[in-house]
Design a protein around this ligand. Structure first.
Ligand SMILES: [Zn+2]
Length: 561
C-alpha cells in the first residue's frame, strides 16, 4: 500500500507523462542503426533544433524511406536551410520532414526537374496534391545528403503536428539507446532585482560545482537575499555516440516545491528565436557557452511550463533553503544538483551599476532613433525587456548597442544616400561590421530612391559599404573547346566578395539548363542526364550577378557525341 501511494505521489512529476502519441505508426527513416548528431530541442544559434540529426556513416546516398503511408505534400529546394527537403503528410494528420537530401527517388526527382525547367530555377517550393505522389510505408523517397546548411552528411528528420509544430520524434517510439545521466558543467546564480544579492554581490555568480560519486552534484552553499534565480550548462550523451546532445527536461524545486520546468516535447517555429531570451545571451555572445536560465523572465516560450514563481526564488533574511535542479534525458536518466541557500541580508560590496544612456528602450513601444543620415525603427516587442541603448552615428558608421541584447523581431535601419554621387549610389549596401577586423557583412539591402534600408534582428555596428567588383567564374572540370562526350557533370566555380551572389543563369545554345548551387563549395553543377544538351557543338553561357547588380559573364564552347 505504501509503495503504491509513493508511486502515485511521485510519478506525475518524475516520469515522462504517459503520452497519447501513436507508438508504432512511424518507422525510422533509415535502414541503419539510429545514432544522433543532434536531438530535438537542442540549443542552436537563434533556434531550438526542430528534429533529429541522424548520422549517415560519414557518407551520402543512403536510402531514405517513408516512415508511414501518406503523400508528398511539399518539396522545398533552397541554397541554405534544409537544402533539398521532402515533406510527407500522413492520414493521421502528422507530417514527416526529411532534410539535407542528396536527391529524391526517380519518380519524385522527375516531377521536380520538370517544374524546375518550367520555372527556370534550381530553388523551388512545390505543394503536390494528395494524388500526385502517394507513398507507402517503407518505400524509397530520397537519398541522404549534405545539402543546404549542413556541416556534414546526415539526415535531418522531423515529425510535425497539424499546426506545423515540430514534435520530439522520440515521443512516437523512435528509439535511441541512452543509459547515462545528463552532465552538468556549470551552475550560475543570478540576482533579479536591485536589492538582491548572492554572496554579497549583485552580479552573476558562477558557483563551484562539486560532482558526487552518484553522478549527481552539489555546489558550495551560498548566501543570498531577495529575488534570485539560477542558470545551468548541461547536456546529454547517448550510448552509441561520443558527441553531446540536448537534455529533455529540467525541473527545479525549492524546499521540495517545484518552481520551474522546461520540457522539450513540442514548440512552434515562430517562438524558436526566443531561445536567445531563454539562454544568457550576453554570456553566449562573449563565451560561446549556453547557460539555460531556470527562471522565466519576460519570455513567451511555450516549452517553459507555467509554475508558481516562474523559477524566481525570494530569499528572506535568516532562513535556510534547499534548491534542487533535476535534469533528465528522454529515457528518464536524471541528474540532480543540490544547492544550500542561507538567507542573509548583507550590504553589497562593489555593486554593479546599470549603464545609462539618453536612449531608453521601452520593450512594448515603438522607438525611432535618428542622427545625421541614419534612422532606426524598433517596433513594439522588438525586445523582451527595457534597457538603455547605446546609439551613435559617426559619418556612415552606426553604433547600435552591441549584439548582447536578444531581439524578438526584426527592426529597420535606413540610410539617406542623397549626398553620394549618382553612379556610386548603385554600388552601396548596408553592412554589419563583424569581428576584430570589422569585416563588412552584407545585410540584405533594399533601395527606394535615395533611401537604403535593411531589416535585421542583430544589434551591433553598421556602415555603408561599396561593392564595385563583379563575381568571378571559373570552369572546374573542363576547358573551352573540349570534347565532353563521357562527362556526367559540368562544374563551374562562382564567387563574389563583399555583397555576395544574388543570382545566376546558365544556358547551352540559348536553352536554360538546371545548375545546382552548393554554397559551401561555391560550385554550380549541371547533370548531362537532364538531356538538354543534344547538339555536337555547344555554346555554354553563364551570367552571375551580385547583390548590388555587378554581373559577370562566362562563355565556353564544348563538344559532345
Ligand atoms: Zn537538423
Amino acid at each position: 500500500m505504501r509503495l503504491i501511494l509513493f508511486f502515485f505521489l511521485v510519478s506525475p512529476i518524475f516520469t515522462n507523462a504517459q503520452n497519447n502519441y501513436p507508438q508504432d505508426y512511424f518507422n525510422p527513416p533509415l535502414e541503419i542503426p539510429l545514432i544522433l548528431a543532434g536531438n530535438f530541442g537542442e540549443l542552436r544559434s537563434n533556434h531550438f533544433h526542430s528534429g533529429l540529426d541522424i548520422k549517415t556513416q560519414q557518407r551520402e546516398g543512403l536510402k531514405v524511406l517513408a516512415c508511414a503511408d501518406g503523400f508528398v505534400s511539399r518539396i522545398k529546394i533552397a541554397h541554405f536551410g534544409y537544402g533539398k527537403a521532402l515533406y510527407i503528410t500522413h492520414p493521421n494528420g502528422y507530417t514527416t520532414v526529411y532534410g539535407h537530401l542528396q536527391k529524391f527517388s526517380p519518380e519524385i526527382e522527375a516531377y521536380i526537374k520538370k517544374q524546375q525547367y518550367e520555372k527556370e530555377s534550381f530553388e523551388i517550393e512545390l505543394f503536390p496534391s494528395a494524388e500526385t505522389l502517394p507513398v507507402t510505408k517503407g518505400s524509397l523517397v530520397a537519398y541522404s545528403g549534405n545539402t543546404g546548411g549542413s556541416g556534414g552528411p546526415h539526415l535531418h528528420f522531423e515529425i510535425r503536428d497539424k499546426e506545423e509544430r515540430p514534435m520530439n520524434p522520440m515521443l512516437f517510439g523512435i528509439d535511441i539507446k541512452d543509459t547515462s545521466k545528463p552532465t552538468v558543467s556549470a551552475v550560475y546564480a543570478y540576482t533579479l532585482d536591485e536589492n538582491a544579492s548572492v554572496n554579497k554581490s549583485n552580479s552573476k555568480q558562477k558557483l563551484r560545482l562539486i560532482p558526487l560519486k552518484s553522478g549527481d552534484y552539489t555546489t558550495e552553499s551560498i548566501e543570498a537575499f531577495g529575488n534570485i534565480g539560477f542558470g545551468i550548462e548541461t547536456n546529454d550523451r547517448q550510448d552509441l555516440a561520443a558527441n553531446s546532445n540536448g537534455v529533455y527536461n529540467i525541473q527545479t524545486f525549492l524546499n521540495g516545491n517545484q518552481n520551474f520546468e522546461v520540457d522539450f516535447s513540442v514548440f512552434s517555429f515562430d517562438e524558436s528565436s526566443c531561445i536567445n531570451q531563454f539562454i544568457d545571451y550576453e554570456h553566449y555572445i562573449s563565451n560561446r557557452q549556453r547557460i539555460q536560465k531556470l527562471f522565466k523572465k519576460s519570455n513567451p516560450l511555450s516549452i517553459l511550463k507555467p509554475s508558481l514563481n516562474e523559477g524566481v526564488l525570494t530569499i528572506e533574511d535568516s532562513t535556510a533553503s534547499v534548491y534542487k535542479i533535476r535534469v533528465s534525458d528522454f529515457k528518464n536518466n536524471a541528474s540532480f544538483v543540490t544547492i544550500n541557500i542561507k538567507g542573509n541580508k548583507t550590504t553589497i560590496s562593489n555593486p554593479k551599476v546599470e549603464k545609462t544612456t539618453p536612449y531608453y528602450i521601452t520593450a512594448n513601444q515603438s522607438t525611432n532613433l535618428k542622427s545625421g543620415n541614419v534612422s532606426v525603427d524598433f517596433y513594439p516587442e522588438t525586445f523582451y525587456e527595457n534597457f538603455y541603448m547605446d546609439f551613435n552615428v559617426n559619418n556612415d558608421t552606426l553604433t547600435l548597442h552591441k549584439d548582447i541584447v536578444p531581439t524578438r523581431k526584426n527592426f529597420t535601419i535606413s540610410y539617406d544616400i542623397s549626398n553620394y554621387k549618382d553612379p556610386d549610389k548603385d554600388k552601396l549596401f548596408i553592412a554589419r561590421l563583424v569581428g576584430y577586423k570589422k569585416y563588412p557583412l552584407y545585410s540584405f539591402t533594399k533601395r527606394a530612391g535615395n533611401i537604403l534600408s535593411t531589416s535585421t534582428k542583430t544589434l551591433g555596428t553598421y556602415a555603408l559599404a561599396t561593392d564595385t567588383v563583379k563575381p568571378t567564374i571559373s570552369a572546374l572540370n573542363f576547358k573551352d573547346g573540349q570534347w565532353l562526350s563521357n562527362f556526367r557533370f559540368l562544374k563551374v566555380k562562382i564567387n563574389d566578395t563583399l555583397s555576395g551572389i544574388s543570382n545566376y543563369r546558365a544556358t547551352v545554345n540559348g536553352k536554360w539548363i538546371l545548375m545546382e548551387y552548393d554554397y559551401k563549395t561555391k560550385t554550380l553543377t549541371y547533370d548531362f542526364n537532364d538531356d538538354i544538351v543534344t547538339d555536337t557543338k555547344n555554346d555554354f553561357k553563364l551570367i552571375v550577378t551580385d547583390n548590388v547588380g555587378n554581373s559577370a559573364t562566362f562563355e565556353a564552347t564544348f563538344f559532345r557525341k
